[in-house]
Structures are given as structure tokens and as C-alpha cells.
Design a protein around this ligand. Sequence first.
Ligand code: PNS
Length: 179
Amino acid sequence: MKKKRPEGSLAVFPGSFDPITNGHLDIVDRGLAVFDRVRMAILMNPEKQPLFSVEERVAIIREAYRGNPRVEVDTFSGLLVDYASRVGASVIIRGLRAISDFEYEFQMALMNRRLNPQIETVFMMPAESYSYVSSRLVKEVFQLGGRVSDLVPPVVERRLSEKYGTPIRAGRVRGKRAR
Ligand code: PNS
């Protein structure tokens, strides 16, 4: 009889996720089509000044994926490959939105391979409609009063509103009624 792997395949999807966008969620969905579990791993980076604390980012991701046991969230510091091997993941997922992402991602993937050849980086492309979406732009647009509801899950829009103390902007985009 074929032996079942105890926990199935696990891929780590690392990032800053400050905050998650629909582009990240799209990559998670694609990851779930290939791997049994996807673990979003938030880098604890004392050199960065994030908008959301690590705890807030964990809570946001938990809320976005409530009820989906195949998506996990965790934090890490130190080398990503060390984290991945510690948790039993042999794959790192990274999203590639455009050619401009490629150089940095390629360098990182090769460095990670040098550090640990057992761990493979898999690049996934989000839907074209997310090719211009980044956490940085979402924060900037929201802060300046723009509508981001098609770009982030509802929990992020609510948290942005609480963080900046500004209301969520409703309205129509290109003839579509905002949800
Ligand atoms: O969302 P980001 O900020 O583009 O994610 C970058 C991240 C977290 C994937 C990268 O900075 C990382 O892996 N940092 C951990 C430290 C490490 O392993 N450095 C060597 C990688 S070549």
C-alpha cells in the first residue's frame, strides 16, 4: 500500500506582506493548486519601518484565510532557507509580476540555491490585473484618499482605515459598482 505523506507538500511563501494585496492572494491560490499547504512567512526585519506590526500582519492574514486550513501564517528571522528547512518545506514560492521583478528575484533564488540546494524556488505569475499592484502603492493610494477595494481583501481595507483614521472610499470604477 502506498504510504501517505503525513502532512502533504508544504511550500513557503515569504514576504513582508505590509499589507497583503489581492496579488498575494492570487499567488497563494496558485500555490494551493500545486502544493497541499502554503505557509505565508512574514520576515521580521528590524531595519524596516512597516505600517503594520508583525502581529497585525499575522492577524490580517489569519482573518483573510479564516476557515482555510491549507493556508498557514508564521514569522521568521534569519535566512529564509534555514527557516524553510526547519519547517520541512522544500519549495519557496515567489510571485513575479513583471520583468522588472525578475532580476532581484533571480539573484535571490540563486543565492538561496547556493545556501541550500535542497530547496527549490518556484516563481508564479499573478493575474495580469494585479501586475501593477504592490503593498507600497496600496498604502500610498489609500492614504491619499484613493479607492483600493478591488486591490486588497476587505480586512486590509478596514485595517488601513483604522490605521490612518480615514474612511473607506466607496464609488464606481469604470462603470462597475464598488462592493
Ligand atoms: O516581500 P519582500 O520584502 O520582497 O520579501 C523579501 C524576502 C522576505 C523574501 C527576503 O528579504 C528574504 O528572504 N529575507 C530573509 C533573509 C535571507 O534569507 N536573505 C538571503 C536571501 S538571498
